[in-house]
Design a protein around this ligand. Structure first.
Ligand SMILES: Cc1cc2nc3c(=O)[nH]c(=O)nc-3n(C[C@H](O)[C@H](O)[C@H](O)COP(=O)(O)OP(=O)(O)OC[C@H]3O[C@@H](n4cnc5c(N)ncnc54)[C@H](O)[C@@H]3O)c2cc1C
Length: 314
């Protein structure tokens, strides 16, 4: 690691942006778990995001971009490199294109609020999903039978070579909690999402209904977790089985490892009771997978993304 000793100085010279060192990642993950990152930077503009990514690549320094941190589990060892938190927000309605253009660090809640205010329908299902537009496009976030990929007109990414490229939905291969960005991990700069003029009263009713349904199923906001831990398995015919149901039948209720526990209101949530480690969450998840495999012959797959200390987007 000798050549990285002066990375913060080289980075500052290259970009004019100052890094913070030894930042606890638990502060930046809704799981409230994770050791220190060697370096940390929060960017508030797309130009800074692109500059930071290009410079880390140029200097050959491992980096990892996060949005709101609502779908990740950081390593107990933290991160050996630079974590870039994307808070580059901005929203614009483009009536001639019938789309809302959002910078990738825009919060989904702000996106839904603007759509409601302007009477633009199509994004109501995103109400209550925490995180940023970038994180949502990356994992094709969704609820109530809809996903953000259904609404994508275009996504602007930063390629590995540092070029900005506009990609259409056909190039992003959206699937259930999947986009091809998961394979090559391009950095998402902005997304254009299709909307149509709609009735504000109806939209409000739908959003309220979705929020009420979520409140009944999900742990309350202050409970540290990262959303559904496992994806709902899809059977060969295309039917999805709720992972929570399989877990319940397998006897997951009440299971815990250290301070990591299965949420009593919904077995597909692993929660941090206070002071849980990533190791405890991963051990509990492995035990849950094994139980479901033994009882139903189905292999669950993680929806939550574990970020090992040596992960890299270089
Ligand atoms: C209580 C609760 C409820 C939830 N409910 C739902 C739900 O109903 N439906 C659902 O789909 N999800 C749900 N989630 C999960 C989470 O909200 C979504 O996955 C959300 O899209 C994560 O966004 P984020 O900005 O927090 O991404 P992060 O968690 O910060 O990152 C997730 C991944 O996206 C990548 N990423 C983020 N930004 C960029 C970028 N600009 N360029 C490239 N890669 C990027 C990161 O590298 C990481 O691999 C829930 C989570 C919680 C805590």
């Amino acid at each position: 690691m000798k050549e990285f000793q002066d990375f913060d100085r080289a980075f500052l010279e290259e970009t004019g942006l100052s890094l913070t060192s030894k930042v606890s990642l638990a502060e930046y993950s809704s799981f409230r778990i994770g050791g220190p990152a060697d370096y940390f930077l929060e960017v508030r503009s797309l130009s800074d995001l692109a500059l930071a990514v290009k410079s880390a690549r140029k200097l050959g320094f491992p980096f990892y971009v996060i949005g709101g941190g609502y779908n990740i589990l950081f390593d107990d060892a933290g991160y050996r490199g630079l974590v870039i938190r994307n808070s580059a927000a901005g929203l614009q309605y483009l009536p001639e294109k019938g789309s809302l253009e959002a910078a990738s660090g825009t919060r989904l809640s702000d996106l839904v609020s603007l759509a409601l205010k302007e009477g633009l329908t199509g994004l109501e299902f995103l109400a209550g999903i925490p995180g940023t537009v970038g994180g949502a496009v990356f994992g094709n976030a969704g609820a109530f039978g809809q996903a953000i990929g259904d609404r994508v007109a275009e996504v602007t990414v930063l390629s590995g070579e540092g070029q900005e490229r506009a990609l259409g939905p056909e190039e992003l291969h959206f699937g259930y909690r999947y986009s091809s960005l998961k394979k090559d991990h391009k950095i998402i700069l902005k997304a254009s999402l299709k909307v149509e003029p709609g009735s504000r009263a109806e939209m409000l009713k739908t959003v309220e209904d979705y929020l009420n349904q979520r409140a009944r199923k999900h742990p309350p906001g202050e409970v540290p977790c990262a959303g559904s831990y496992f994806k709902n398995p899809v059977l060969p015919g295309g039917r999805k089985i709720p992972a929570g149901q399989l877990l319940e039948q397998a006897g997951a209720r009440g299971m815990r490892v250290g301070q990591a526990a299965v949420y009593k209101g919904h077995c597909n949530f692993i929660i941090n009771l206070g002071g849980a480690t990533a190791r405890q969450v991963l051990t509990l998840a492995a035990e849950l997978k094994e139980k479901v495999w033994q009882t139903s012959g189905i292999r669950l797959e993680e929806e939550v993304i574990f970020v090992p200390a040596d992960a890299s987007m270089l």
